[in-house]
Ligand binder design. Structure first.
Ligand SMILES: *[C@@H]1O[C@H](CO)[C@@H](O)[C@H](O)[C@H]1NC(C)=O
Ligand SMILES: *[C@@H]1O[C@H](CO)[C@@H](O)[C@H](O)[C@H]1NC(C)=O
Ligand SMILES: *[C@@H]1O[C@H](CO)[C@@H](O)[C@H](O)[C@H]1NC(C)=O
Ligand SMILES: *[C@@H]1O[C@H](CO)[C@@H](O)[C@H](O)[C@H]1NC(C)=O
Ligand SMILES: *[C@@H]1O[C@H](CO)[C@@H](O)[C@H](O)[C@H]1NC(C)=O
Length: 784
């Protein structure tokens, strides 16, 4: 008694909190009913691998092709329900998804459906907490019960006894925004809801089931942060994939005021592959829709944006214009221009974006703002006017948290700021970022390098230094930033941003020089994934020549006659990777290019059935890229030939992760002469034992495996999951000892092995005798 009333009151309060949403805006923007705009998202069980090592935008490009995979889509309200063929109870769910993909919308929709009494009514109490709010607690100690009371005052009357009889669901939204780290190695056990501890400890105990063992827990996170939670603690991992193509269109239809407008928006998005891919993220749909609606419904002439820089520049203007409209109605003098005040604030925001980009910081507090010269009232006015660029989230304890509505907006403003530093010769800021001294350039724009070498300007130096820095990043965290930076060097984009960038110097030879620099960039140590970004930068600079040459190349009769440069190879890799058609065979030797060019083609392996990468001077770095290409969509590849490359054990270990993936269908793997030792055998053995293993043909010819390596392999041959039919172990430095292991494997039931090549080893008579013993076994099916 009494409890039901409290719970009912709580439902009403949650309903009020979740029924309205502000799409990408702060509280001052227009609010919409969630149920009106909610478009079903594509949520799947399991997750694409490699999620936490790749830049989110790159992942997205790959993910856009993944709809063909047979993942099981799950409806948001079924997230705790087992699938028909699953027996287990699902208590802890972890939902991954890139920034802006709609995780918080899913949480809100789930909560609203519950609070309205339409779904999941077996749950008696739903507690919604965001990490953003939990951050504010810092080191203070609370009990779980107290935490409920603080964040949900309606629950004040809920006692420990009452909580014990409720079926509770805790939703923790946005683990990536947490400034506390979840430490699962900490052994402190908390099992009483009244026991005080740090938030970190409370959470780990709740997740591990020490505290309220029957409570359901749902955590959402961007992929990069999700690995804080050990897989063993999670019953189901789901991934929010954003919009499918049909859902993208539905979104634009729901949003636009009339059908004709939505039709035009959809058709424009489809003409630009990069925009179309990005629209998988709902936030990006919103950015595109904002810009295109505005451009299509106002008098404005001119081309619709096709590059990202173009689109984001328009977005900045549209948002600023909105504010003008709101505050000085009737005074729309020059709608396309930023005022001096706008520019000032935008630059400060740019500075904030720039400073925190390197650190990967996406949440800011008042102190962070002040450090960039933004005072809070200014930020408030600004977020009140140019609302949709900067999101202000008022939270409990009256402390305000700020963030950009999407990471890409932060990346764009950071590029704007860096460009501004260039025009203003703020060499100190540039030096901090790029780690190089630019005092030579500390002169006004019209002057050039001391030796009057006017073909190589300060801008060219900066673009190539920024590119260099981005290429060194492992996960590509600066990829979009450098794309924007290159895009901003174009006069058309500078004109759009009118004065925000400062006084620029526009000479065609500077642009041409920058384009040539991109085309000539040639490093042997960069990962092929990073080098594809060089091609994207060219596209941002509106240079279509490489793209066209590749289209012609693909049409040509005799491809080997055309010498491909490194940048051609990056473009080709991108085109092949994105192609609707799966390539039958990719043989790197058939391309007339340099070694580095061949390496740059590796990402295309992702979209082919047979890949011949033999004798291409691949190294461990190439393996990492290959593994990443394969893991994100491994279902096509059947044959992989990596012979005669210095992969070494570490390289093979990276690849084997992919072999164990349930989606891997690889049948043939050639690793002859790859400088492998017995260590590789351990990785391979584990892959062969995985369920189900599709591998039928394994060639290890010419590696220093030795008897100990073969012993490891043979252990897996006896596993019922191993279906290997051909094993080539010639010249692997084996002795009669290997024959003991092999003989036992051949006698095992069932043995699938048909062909065994042991030439070039010192087996001696005693070894052969052992082998012959097993030939007599009824299980041995050896043919060759
Ligand atoms: C560079 O040298 C050329 C020819 O020597 C001259 O005409 C030009 O004015 C010089 N430019 C600058 C910026 O000094
Ligand atoms: C101009 O400077 C660049 C960069 O320092 C250099 O590579 C190029 O050879 C120079 N060109 C001339 C004509 O001095
Ligand atoms: C890139 O380097 C390779 C050697 O690794 C060389 O063969 C090739 O010509 C270079 N390409 C360019 C465009 O400089
Ligand atoms: C393609 O060109 C290569 C090299 O010029 C030549 O060896 C080959 O015979 C040509 N193939 C065809 C089908 O013309
Ligand atoms: C590679 O391309 C160059 C330049 O087009 C050509 O001269 C050469 O014959 C080609 N090589 C092969 C093996 O076809």
């Amino acid at each position: 008694s009494g409890l039901q009333e409290v719970l009912d009151e709580h439902k009403i309060s949650l309903r009020r909190r979740c029924e309205r949403v502000t799409e990408g805006t702060d509280g001052t923007g227009s609010e919409t009913l969630l149920n009106r705009i909610y478009t079903e998202l594509y949520i799947t069980e399991g997750q694409s691998e490699e999620v936490n090592t790749q830049h989110e935008v790159r992942q997205l490009e790959k993910a856009s092709k993944m709809e063909t995979l047979h993942d099981t889509p799950i409806k948001c309200h079924d997230i705790f329900k087992a699938l028909p063929d699953q027996q287990r109870r699902i208590r802890v769910v972890l939902t991954n998804g890139v920034a802006g993909v709609g995780k918080t919308f899913s949480v809100q929709k789930f909560t609203l459906d519950w609070a309205e009494g339409s779904e999941n009514q077996d749950i008696s109490l739903l507690v919604l907490l965001s990490f953003r709010e939990l951050n504010l607690i810092k080191e203070k100690k609370y009990s779980l019960l107290r935490l409920l009371h603080v964040f949900h005052p309606t629950l004040k009357k809920v006692t420990a006894e009452k909580l014990a009889v409720c079926k509770v669901l805790f939703i923790f939204d946005g683990l990536d925004e947490s400034r506390l780290s979840l430490d699962f190695r900490n052994r402190e056990v908390v099992s009483d809801v009244s026991q005080k501890s740090s938030v970190n400890v409370l959470l780990t105990n709740l997740i591990q089931g020490n505290l309220l063992p029957s409570a359901l827990v749902w955590i959402t996170s961007r992929p990069a942060a999700a690995n804080q939670i050990p897989p063993a603690c999670v019953d189901r991992v789901t991934e929010v994939r954003g919009f499918t193509d049909a859902q993208k269109e539905e979104y634009f239809r729901r949003r636009a005021s009339d059908e004709e407008l939505s039709r035009r928006i959809i058709s424009h998005i489809k003409t630009s592959r990069s925009l179309h891919i990005m629209c998988q993220i709902p936030v990006f749909c919103w950015i595109s829709a904002t810009v295109l609606e505005h451009m299509l419904t106002t008098e404005q002439r001119g081309e619709l944006p096709k590059t990202l820089t173009d689109l984001y520049s328009h977005f900045l203007l549209v948002q600023t214009k909105r504010k003008k409209h709101k505050y000085d109605e009737g005074h729309e003098t020059s709608p396309q221009e930023l005022t001096k005040a706008d520019r000032k604030v935008l630059r400060k925001l740019g500075r904030l974006a720039f400073k925190h980009l390197e650190k990967g910081n996406i949440m800011f507090y008042q102190e962070d703002l002040e450090q960039c010269g933004l005072d809070v009232t200014e930020a408030l006015v600004y977020s009140g006017v140019c609302t949709e660029i900067f999101k202000r989230e008022s939270v409990i304890f009256q402390k305000t948290v700020y963030c950009f509505v999407h990471l890409s907006i932060q990346e764009f403003l950071a590029a704007v700021y860096m460009f501004h530093c260039y025009t203003e010769r703020k060499t100190r800021e540039l030096r901090t970022f790029l780690g190089k001294d630019y005092k030579y350039w500390d002169s006004k724009p019209s002057k050039h390098f001391g030796n009057n070498n006017s073909s190589y300007t300060f801008l060219n130096v900066l673009l190539s230094d920024a590119m260099e820095k981005s290429l060194q990043s492992k996960n590509g965290h600066l990829d979009l930033f450098v794309r924007f930076l290159h895009g901003l060097s174009l006069e058309s984009n500078q004109r759009l941003l009118g004065g925000l960038l400062g006084q620029t110097e526009n000479r065609p030879e500077i642009i041409q020089r920058a384009i040539n620099n991109l085309k000539e960039m040639n490093r042997s140590y960069i990962s092929p994934d990073r080098s594809i970004n060089i091609f994207h930068c060219l596209m941002e600079m509106n240079d279509r020549s490489v793209h066209q040459e590749i289209q012609e190349f693909l049409k040509s009769e005799n491809r080997s006659e055309k010498r491909l440069s490194e940048i051609h190879c990056s473009a080709l890799a991108y085109v092949l990777q994105m192609s609707e058609e799966v390539l039958d065979e990719l043989d790197l030797k058939k391309y007339n290019t340099s070694e580095e060019g061949r390496r740059r083609l590796i990402p295309a392996v992702w979209n082919c059935r047979k890949a011949v990468l033999s004798s291409c001077s691949l190294s461990e770095i190439s393996c990492a890229s290959l593994a990443s290409a394969l893991k994100s969509n491994p279902s096509h590849l059947r044959h992989l030939d990596l012979s005669v490359n210095k992969l070494q054990d570490s390289g093979v270990k990276l690849l084997c992760g992919f072999l164990e993936s349930p989606q891997c269908r690889l049948k043939t793997l050639r690793l002859s002469s790859c400088s492998l030792s017995e260590i590789s055998c351990a990785s391979l053995a584990s892959a062969l034992k995985s369920n189900p293993s599709h591998l039928r043909y394994l060639d290890l010819w010419g590696n220093n495996l030795q008897d100990s390596g073969v012993k490891l392999l043979c252990g897996s041959l006896e596993s019922p999951h191993c279906r290997l039919e051909t094993l080539r172990l010639s010249s692997c430095r084996l002795s009669e000892i290997s024959c003991v292991s092999l003989a036992s494997a051949l006698k095992s039931n069932p043995s699938h092995l048909r062909h065994l090549d042991l030439s070039g080893n010192k087996l001696q008579d005693s070894g052969v005798k052992l082998l012959c013993g097993s030939l007599e076994s009824p299980h041995c099916r050896l043919e060759t």
